[in-house]
Ligand binder design. Structure first.
Ligand code: PNS
Length: 164
């Protein structure tokens, strides 16, 4: 099991996401960060913007690449020979839905199919989510501690705020 995927919406990527990606990069030979293209949900950032931000954020890891996908995550994985999905768990509240998805994804792919590995988020990131960061930033709160410099600059620019 040498190739794992870290899937998500990443609108925008946070330091919590990078915590999981970086630790996965230490465990797997190859990690793909895969951004879901969701035609039903317009994000604050376009898919191309998210890919650019992620590429900047993961530039320090040689074995991490960034991609987007449409449709079922398991189809994306099967087409690429990926056997493992790595998901971060921030709290027990994440677990119910993540467990459902993990079991559905396993069921869709059979006994030799795709397994999901849950990685506890490092405690300093356990309360961070993309949606909360966007909400706080929208009303002028300082979210610079929760984002890479590139993402913070992009977010303040998008929201028309003065950084810092
Ligand atoms: O960052 P998110 O929004 O929590 O990521 C959720 C994501 C993208 C991992 C999940 O919605 C997903 O895998 N979507 C692709 C469609 C799919 O495979 N759905 C069935 C999941 S059991």
């Amino acid at each position: 099991m040498t190739h794992a995927v870290c899937p998500g919406s990443f609108d925008p990527p946070t330091l919590g996401h990078l915590d999981i990606v970086g630790r996965a990069a230490g465990l797997f030979e190859r990690v793909t960060v895969a951004v879901l293209v969701n035609p039903d949900k317009a994000g604050l950032f376009t898919i191309d913007e998210r890919l650019d931000l992620l590429r900047t954020d993961v530039a320090g890891w040689d074995n991490v690449e960034v991609d987007s996908f449409r449709g079922l995550l398991v189809d994306y994985c099967v087409e690429r020979g990926i056997r493992a999905i790595v998901k971060g768990l921030r709290a027990v509240s994440d677990f119910d839905y993540e467990l459902q998805m993990a079991q559905m994804n396993k069921g869709l792919t059979g006994p030799d199919g795709i397994d999901t590995l849950f990685m506890p988020t490092s405690p300093e990131f356990s309360f961070i989510s993309s949606s909360l960061v966007k909400q706080v930033a929208t009303y002028g709160g300082d979210v610079s501690a929760h984002l890479s410099p590139a993402v913070f600059a992009a977010l303040t620019g998008r929201l028309g705020l003065q950084p810092g």
